[in-house]
Design a protein around this ligand. Structure first.
Ligand code: NAD
Ligand code: UD1
Length: 341
């Protein structure tokens, strides 16, 4: 059985679905601080079977001990965490407590229970302002410019240390680039509870009339069109990378770092243009100053994951945007039906 912390969230739910599709037993632990119970229903509908679900906090050591004792858990995918960069600047202690404290408590409980296989949701943000593109796993980690990024790096460091102290650990640090998109069914996707910070969720709200315009943060970067370049990866490709990592960890010990990206970067304006093409909806833009802490470019060298995991992202930017738009439209329909009743 695989325990997924944060499994009701955007990434964890897609990982749960892929695991269930492979007939793995899944137990989700989530405190629902940034997700809803309906995600579990959606996973169950799509998978045709229900994952186990416990509403609880990954920092609750007693709860973890009980779960690791009572369920036949042999590996953990640790997605639980807070992820809003701006919020982390204003509430650093909450971010360190949740992201670092949660990872520490989880490692302690796993060690005590004798469960040593762990896949961790890390981020390309740990590379900081890396100047060599594409970024491979031997690039030095940088100095993250915000407490969120720092908390990911600190959690990685904890995992490096525990793995060095005991050879029974098999840990996969998955450094995600920019996951976007939704399940092609339109039933599962990212549902920000507050004002979205990331590009695509914001753009989707502009497209559906919930917001007036999209701010483009900076058009004076040294890139082809002046806007920032990122490696956007389809959420289903990303989720499948976790299954490949779990498989690979059966044969590997210590800490293994894998970039999960496509290897191709797109600028903000390229993404907006592609979205307009797939949806037929024009997006109003306003050019603004650069967002503090943003890097110019960030895209992955995904070769290590290809060599060691046999994994490569296969879905195009058009697939990502089509699936995201389908999800957004289905969300709106659900809201209209709710309001009409
Ligand atoms: P999300 O907010 O949709 O999912 C995180 C889930 O964890 C939520 O359901 C939330 O309720 C839960 N959670 C948070 N703190 C918890 C706690 N203490 N105990 C139990 N549950 C808790 O975010 P996501 O996009 O699915 O991200 C998953 C992980 O991947 C996070 O750790 C995030 O930092 C990391 N990550 C995300 C991205 C991205 O672009 N989405 C990029 C890089 C890394
Ligand atoms: C951000 C975080 C990263 C985190 C990831 C997922 C920063 C510096 N980095 O990545 O640590 O792992 O989110 O939570 O915040 N953009 C606009 N207008 C918008 C929003 C974004 O122009 O309204 C631009 C940004 O300047 C950037 C690109 O779009 O060039 C992507 O931004 P975003 O989706 O927020 O992701 P990252 O900044 O790459």
């Amino acid at each position: 059985m695989i325990l997924i912390t944060g499994g009701a969230g955007y990434i964890g739910a897609h990982v749960a679905l892929e695991l269930l599709a492979r007939n793995e037993d899944v137990l989700i632990l989530d405190n629902l601080c940034n997700s809803q119970r309906s995600a579990i229903e959606r996973i169950s509908t799509l998978a045709g079977q229900r994952p186990g679900f416990i509403q609880g906090d990954v920092r609750n050591r007693r709860l973890l001990d009980t779960l690791l004792r009572d369920y036949p858990i042999d590996a953990v995918v640790h997605c639980a965490g807070l992820k809003a960069v701006g919020e982390s600047v204003h509430e650093p202690l909450r971010y360190y407590d949740n992201n670092v404290g949660g990872s520490l408590t989880l490692c302690q409980a796993m060690a005590q229970a004798g469960v040593f296989t762990l896949v961790f949701s890390s981020s390309a943000t740990v590379y900081g302002d890396c100047c060599t593109m594409p970024i491979n796993e031997s690039c030095a980690t940088g100095q993250p410019t915000n407490p969120y990024g720092m908390s990911k790096l600190m959690a990685e460091n904890i995992m490096q240390s525990v793995a060095s102290s005991d050879p029974r650990w098999s840990i996969g640090l998955l450094r995600y680039f920019n996951p976007i998109g939704a399940h092609p069914s339109g039933l599962l996707g990212e549902a920000p509870l507050n004002m979205p910070n990331n590009l695509l969720p914001f753009l989707l709200q502009v497209a559906s009339g919930q917001r007036e315009y999209l701010s483009v943060f900076g058009n004076d970067y040294p890139t082809a069109d002046g806007t920032g370049v990122r490696d956007y990866i389809h959420i289903v490709d990303l989720a499948q990378g976790h299954l490949c990592a779990l498989d690979a960890l059966r044969e590997r010990s210590g800490v293994n770092i894998w970039n999960l990206g496509t290897g191709r970067g797109y600028s903000v304006l390229e993404l907006v243009k592609s979205f307009e093409q797939v949806s037929g909806v024009p997006i109003a833009l306003q050019f603004k100053a650069r967002r503090p802490g943003d890097v110019t470019c960030c895209w992955a060298d995904p070769q290590k994951a290809a060599d060691e995991l046999g994994w490569r992202a296969s879905r195009s930017l058009q697939d990502m945007l089509t699936d995201a738009w389908r999800w957004q439209c289905s969300q709106l329909e659900t809201e209209w039906i709710r309001e009409a009743n």
